[in-house]
Design a protein around this ligand. Structure first.
Ligand SMILES: C[S@@+](CC[C@H](N)C(=O)[O-])C[C@H]1O[C@@H](n2cnc3c(N)ncnc32)[C@H](O)[C@@H]1O
Length: 336
C-alpha cells in the first residue's frame, strides 16, 4: 500500500533522498505490525475504484479537483461514490472528482485561506506536513508551487483516503507515510543544511502530552533558515499559561493542553525558534466544521453548550485556533 515508487521519485534529487528507504521500511513495519482492523476492507475499496480518463487536475481552488474530457458514465460515478463512501468518515476536504463532491466535515480550504498569504512562498520548497490527515493540504501545497510535499499521519484510514484521491489526482511529488512525528527522526542522517524548507504542524500541538518535545521534533526536521507553520487550539489571555482540560475538551479525549499565545511564543523560543509571528487567530465556526453526508457523526454543534455557543459542553472556552510562523535560525543549535 505504501507507494514506494512515488516516495522514492518524490525524494529523488532532494537533500532528503537518503532517508527514503528508512522511512519506507519504518512505514511498512507499522502497517505489518499494527494494521487497522479495517485495512483490508479499505484496500479492497481502493482496488475497486473505477478507471476514469483524467484530463485536468486543479490543486489551487477550494476543491481539489479531477476532471475528464470524456463523459463519465452514471454507473461509473456510482461505483466511484460507493467505494469512496466506504472510506467514511471524510474529515478533511473538500474534493471534487468528476463532479462528485466530497463534502468533508472540515472546510479545510478555510484554514488554508487564512494562512497561505502569511507563510513564505512555497515555490520550489520541500515541505513536510506533520499530522496531515488525508493529505488535503499536501495537494494545496503543490498547487502553491512546492517542489515536494510529504505528509505523515498515523491514522491509516487517512492514508487510504489519500491513496484513493491520488488515483485520480495523479500528480507526482506528494505522498503520505503512516508515521507519527516521534518516528521521523533518523539520528545522524540529516547533515548540515539539509532538511525541509517548510514544516507544517496543524492541529497536533494539543494532542501531544509534551508539546515541547513535539516542537523539537519539528525543529530537527527543518533546514537552518527553514520555516515552521504551527497551528493549534489556544485559550485567550495575555499571561504565560495553559488550560489543562480535566477529562474531555469539546468531546475530544486526547486534548492535553491549550496554550495562550504568550505560552506558545515562549515554547517556540525555548525550542530554538526565532522570528516568531502570529498570523491568524479565529474562533471555529459552524460553517468550517460540521456534519455532512461524508462525515455523519457528531460535529462542532454537538460539542458546544446549546445555551451558550461561546462554551464547550464541558464549560470550557469554545474552540479558538491560532497559527504562528517561526524560523529555525541559521547556525546555532545542532540537529540531533
Ligand atoms: C486535528 S487533526 C489535524 C489534521 C490537519 N493537520 C488539519 O489541520 O486539518 C490531527 C491529526 O494528527 C494526527 N496525529 C495525531 N498524533 C500524531 C503524531 N504524534 N504525529 C503525527 N500525526 C499525529 C491524527 O491522526 C490527525 O489526523
Amino acid at each position: 500500500m505504501i507507494d514506494n515508487k512515488r516516495i522514492r521519485t518524490s525524494l529523488c534529487g532532494t537533500c532528503l533522498h537518503s532517508l527514503a528507504d528508512i522511512w519506507i521500511d519504518r512505514s511498512n513495519q507499522i502497517l505489518v505490525q499494527r494494521p487497522h482492523g479495517d485495512w483490508d476492507k479499505w484496500l479492497a475499496a481502493i482496488r475497486a475504484l473505477p478507471d476514469i480518463q483524467i484530463n485536468r487536475v486543479d490543486l489551487d481552488s477550494s476543491h481539489i479537483t479531477a476532471r475528464s474530457d470524456a463523459k463519465v458514465d452514471r454507473d461509473v460515478l456510482a461505483q466511484l461514490k460507493q467505494n469512496l463512501v466506504s472510506l467514511h468518515p471524510w474529515r478533511k476536504g473538500p474534493f471534487d472528482l468528476f463532479g462528485l463532491a466530497i463534502d468533508s466535515e472540515w472546510r479545510s480550504d478555510m484554514k488554508w485561506n487564512r494562512i497561505k498569504d502569511s507563510i513564505s512562498p512555497l515555490d520550489g520548497r520541500l515541505v513536510l506536513d506533520v499530522g496531515c490527515g488525508n493529505g488535503y493540504y499536501l495537494w494545496r501545497m503543490l498547487g502553491a508551487g512546492a517542489r515536494m510535499a510529504m505528509g505523515i499521519d498515523p491514522t491509516q484510514l487517512f492514508l487510504a483516503q489519500f491513496e484513493a484521491i491520488a488515483r485520480y489526482v495523479n500528480v507526482p511529488n506528494a505522498f503520505i507515510l503512516p508515521m507519527k512525528s516521534e518516528d521521523l527522526a533518523v539520528p545522524g542522517m540529516l547533515v548540515e543544511q539539509s532538511g525541509f524548507d517548510t514544516v507544517f504542524s496543524m492541529g497536533i500541538y494539543y494532542h501531544r502530552r509534551e508539546p515541547i518535545v513535539h516542537l523539537r521534533e519539528l525543529f530537527i526536521m527543518l533546514r537552518p533558515g527553514g520555516e515552521l507553520v504551527l497551528e493549534t487550539l489556544i485559550v485567550g489571555g495575555q499571561e504565560d499559561r495553559e488550560l489543562v482540560p480535566q477529562g474531555r475538551y469539546a468531546q475530544m479525549r486526547n486534548v492535553w493542553s491549550l496554550p495562550t499565545i504568550t505560552r506558545l511564543r515562549n515554547m517556540l523560543r525555548e525550542s530554538g525558534f526565532e522570528n516568531i509571528k502570529l498570523v491568524s487567530k479565529c474562533k471555529t465556526t459552524l460553517q468550517e466544521q460540521r456534519t455532512t453526508n461524508w462525515m455523519t457523526f457528531d460535529s462542532l454543534i454537538d460539542f458546544l453548550d446549546p445555551e451558550n455557543s461561546d462554551k464547550t459542553v464541558e464549560g470550557y472556552q469554545a474552540p479558538v485556533r491560532a497559527c504562528m510562523i517561526a524560523r529555525r535560525p541559521v547556525g546555532g543549535l545542532q540537529y540531533n
